[in-house]
Design a protein. Structure first.
Lengths: 406, 406, 406, 406
């Protein structure tokens, strides 16, 4: 028996996302048969002590204090980018041009311009067999993957309504500290890009359509926050007598949207007459909804059925099937069956999965694509489309909510 | 013991709303101590056979085939208007000018102009002791009345988010017939005025604030429907080979909103600096959300707590109180305690109420106000404010979703 | 048009149940087409002031201070018994022998002996066209009536499990006063007969089978309670320094059960070989489950599907249909469709009903049976079977939980 | 920096439980700071190919085809027993006597006699510093660990009711094959020991009390099943024409129970007067509840509050606190806060965990206990108590449900 092929990974960044990615690389081959076996070869971070501690903790074989060094190394096949959005473009482009596959956390970048450059480089790299993927990990939540499958099977008919909410509350306290996520120069935007981007990607992916225009309202409830506070997890508290600095991102993002329609043959349509109209959508993202901890919710209403999901009950998917009796209620599918996406590789029916499984499944899909030499999904082009929606939302909000084409 | 004072009611219209109002007039004095006792004196309708059958069925003492005759009668103290919106202004104004109290179904009218005239007449009548009320009966759902009380008590702190959905599905079938509710000349608007108006009124009433501006998107999914079909309840089906006529109202209404802020003393504010900013809101009304039967949902997030309601589980109210431990979850208050609004007059705790109780409570509040010689709530002025929001929504939707002040 | 036939009702007792029954008699003809029209002719109670006030409040035309007088009156067709269980036998037997139809609140009596006598009298009366019914009103909750229909249609296949809980909490406070419901001489038993009887009746009715044996555990958590306390609704509080008296009934009743099987042709079976075995059941009734206000829950698991109900969400029924995909989740049927039992006579889909509708539907079914000259359901014989189960539970609990045949 | 101490693990068995345990040993040190670092040293199984494949798949360094060899090896510190119950006693006793720590899957054994021997050996070994634990992993579900903490804090007051259900449906199909779990000689019992044992352990652990007596009913719905069928996961299907063999275990177990009371100082009591009475309990375990996939439910009602849990929504715990307003509803605590048991080491609030986390937490607690030289919990003595309850249930069921002291 020959030695299995290896995929030697170099990860940049080791905070919250780094922990999740490390777990995914380590766990994926234990539950899934993969064409190549990932190895946790090196992790990079600027702080020497920090990166060494992270390597020990998360099981990486070596460390670098400069991500450029990671790209130079011959023993690295893939660069996994887990840093804030303002650094994505430089790292990803350098990695792809050096022939490394790339997994880049979302949002792809902090601007459409950066995202377009990255996409162009990624498409050129793909022609040389160098592959790239953006980390919209929620696609790999089994319930959302099942939703995608059911829409593709036509169980909903033509979709009329998209209803997306992403509600958290960890910034509700006005004394929570000013972190990088509240600094536009690092994070690009606030709730919009941090969590709203997940809703946008999921909605476009599951409907198989793209958002063509939006009308938006952005709001910053707390204009200043304490600097230098103790930052624990996503939350923490800075103390009310700490000096304050300005919050430069949105606290909440609200928008309505239209999606592209499609032709009778199912192909996406523009504004052509004769095509089925696309869905209309309504989106909300906030980190000020007290009591909602991670309520990433998505509901779709079609001509034949409806689907509803809430990440706070992530192992289930609600389905209304109008093909049943007129009184068919929503049925709560517990998404842990062998027939469901991903779940057959885990535990018996009814034994739920958690948040990190999305990352493990993301690695599985990425490694399978690399093994097959095929484009992983979501591509940088898919992520660029999300970026364009984010930009349109900001443009509309800055122009009296006037309709903004994407 | 002297004879109790009587309130002799004349009702115009006897369809769905007429049945609900009849039940309310009949039932209110059986469960509540009222200062005056309602009597079901006369019902008016154009069809002689129909109105006679309705009188027998619902227990009215006499009939009229012209509502004008009802207003002329000396033995009528109050006119209860249960007809489509295009008739409200004429009937209500005539009644008030004839010295009859008025209960008028919502929406108050089909245009701001009509509503303004009605409000002016109502305010003049009030000075003569002739009172009027608009039938936003959802205010009398115990759970929403409890929400109002809790907001007034400061349990939510300053409200940041209003999240309102009113989802039904009875028009989802493209072959459902073209009824008066789909004819703009009769109904004024579609989902927007029929069900969205309830959300707007409830949101303004419970927050104690008013909507100051909106950005909106309206959509008509099914442009034509069969005429002359069999109309059963709200739904029915016309048959796909029936001749078709145009749907002239919205099937779905989506909008974002801003509410007025308030001064430190709690008084409502305009755009003054120094005042606490008002909430932002997001609204959706549709009759195309397959599987949602009467999901009138309202969620409020404040600086101290959150509330969530869904009419499909109408006997409960979800409350998140951040004054509890950090891990306080939403608690599901079963709104049937003796201490809750209205419920002490009904059954023991845990024995839920139904849809029609809102109408009975509406009668209770109206009769109590009349007995006390005080303005009932909601006044025509309150309903006019809702009408202005509806108009602003339509204006924005017709102007590329551009922000529209109310 | 001839005068409609009338059913002149005389009601005995006017507390909680009296209020519910009055509403039902008054409301039934307003929403349902009935073959005879009920009239609220007279109400009887020992306290002259109390009964007069009740008559005015609930709309009865006359009063009596002795129930015997009610039975003597020629202008009464039906006696409605709303008094405590220890008085049922005497009143019901006298009424039936006097040729009056009878509606008797549950439990039918406080002992099997009484119930047997009542049943014998009722069966003799039925041969003379004098009809009787026991008020297990929960059968008329639309969701439970739908459950019955679905079981009859074979949607569940052969039932294996019955899982019944009736959980309340209004006696949880050890200072709640000693009322007649805690006095065995008046109430017969505690949680067992008060609420457990509803579970037993519903389980037997819906499965179409009868309980053949039980093993039981009864418990009285609070042995003494204050006497003479203020009794408000079901709860109230006596004050901790009031003199105390003994609680002579069970606070909680727990039992397992076996149901009769059936033959291949669907007929009920005894212990014959060849027949399909009957379900096994587990029952719990308590008024000490803090936070559960009126959680009358019933779940059935069959070979083809499952049903689950909770009165705290009384307008819905959960259904699992194994004929769907293997991943069919429970679907929450909102039981307000025109096709559902009773609901087509009320409001549009999604507009829920309340507790008292069960009593209105009970009147509808009773009046329809009287109009047709047919035996209403549940008969006294049905109620006697429930009484036998209650007795078997007490016998087993008094005999070290040993199995007790019914 | 010195080399961290190691805990070299040898695992026996590598099926469903083996996969879960492997993941736990591998993952625990990545998210928790442990005093000693587990190593996946060797896995044992009789089938040479199977065990080699499992070692590769799950990451074990070496293999053995005889568990005795594992115990003989010097480089193994702990034996992890993941085999069927009939083998536990022999392996565990041999391991403990050889000075290896032991983690033994539940149920501890297939009889009280075996469990008593194991407990005696374990207690003797503990005096030599050799530690043992039984794998009731559900204790490590964060929501149940939080329930335990809340009970200990007195949030529920004195507990009156224990209500436990463990509902699955994977045997509902009469053609599901005859596996070792249906063979009494291997599994000891059916639903009772497989899943009911979890309910018993959780109930005793969380209440801090022990079951003193039971009355039980056992049932086998499907008496024969196809042999040699294809066994996939827990379910599978044998085909209706396969030869059949007898099912020798219970399909469903129902029982009522009494728990030990306690003295005023909180110490557990027997039947002494003066002590607070213990809770009464009702238990059900079945694998025939169609639609219930892994509904391990536990509800406790005390004098001050109530708790409710359902593993199908495993990241939440329902709490009713009577110290709040009288209308305090159950609040749904999302058990993902930093302050909750275990969860602070994982993801941000609202990002749920899955089934396997219980096993990881079990390893964490075991390794911490070993590091501290303290008895891990649950001990073999704790597991023996569960075994005694299982035996009492079987004894009562075999004796007409007569009360059986434990």
């Amino acid at each position: 028996m020959s030695e299995p092929k290896r995929l030697r990974v170099g990860m940049v960044g080791y905070a919250f996302m780094g922990a999740a990615h490390s777990h995914a690389w380590r766990t994926a081959p234990r539950f899934f048969d993969l064409p190549v076996v990932p190895e946790l070869t090196a992790v990079a971070g600027r702080n020497p002590d920090g990166v060494r501690a992270a390597a020990t903790k998360y099981g990486w074989d070596s460390v670098e204090t400069d991500w450029r060094r990671l790209i130079e190394r011959d023993d690295i096949d893939l660069i996994d980018i887990c840093t804030p959005g303002n650094t994505h473009a430089e790292i990803a482009i350098a990695a792809l041009e050096a022939g490394k596959h790339v997994l880049c956390e979302k949002p792809l970048a902090n601007s459409v311009e950066e995202a377009e450059k990255m996409t162009a480089v990624a498409q050129a790299a793909a022609e040389r067999g160098v592959l790239s993927m953006c980390g919209f990990s929620y696609r790999r939540t089994p319930a959302l993957a099942l939703a995608k499958r059911m829409v593709e099977e036509g169980r909903l008919g033509d979709i009329r309504h998209v209803r997306a909410q992403y509600l958290q509350d960890w910034l509700s306290d006005a004394d929570a500290p000013l972190t990088w996520r509240l600094d536009k120069s690092k994070s690009g935007s606030g709730s919009l890009g941090d969590i709203g981007a997940h809703s946008i990607d999921a909605a476009q992916w599951i409907t198989g359509s793209t958002i063509t225009g939006v009308s938006a309202l952005l709001e910053t409830f707390v204009k200043e926050r304490p600097v230098g506070g103790d930052f624990v997890g996503l939350g923490g508290r800075g103390g009310s007598d700490a000096p304050k600095g300005p919050v430069t991102v949105d606290d909440a993002a609200l928008f309505t949207a239209r999606f592209a329609g499609k032709h009778d043959d199912g192909a996406a349509a523009g504004t052509d007459s004769g095509a089925v109209a696309g869905p209309i959508g309504i989106f909300e993202a906030t980190r000020f909804a007290l009591g909602r901890k991670n309520a990433m919710r998505l509901e779709l209403n079609g001509t034949k059925g409806s689907l509803a999901f809430d990440f706070e009950d992530m192992n289930s998917l609600q389905f209304y099937d109008s093909a049943l009796e007129p009184d068919a209620g929503f049925r709560k599918i517990i998404v842990t069956e062998p027939s469901h996406p991903y779940t057959g590789n885990w535990w018996p029916t009814g034994h739920g999965l958690g948040y990190e499984h999305g990352f493990t499944h993301q690695v599985v899909d990425l490694v399978n694509a690399i093994g097959a030499g095929e484009q992983p999904s979501p591509s940088f082009a898919d992520a660029l489309q999300v970026q364009k929606v984010l930009a349109a939302v900001e443009a509309s909000a800055g122009n009296a909510s006037r309709w903004q084409n994407v």
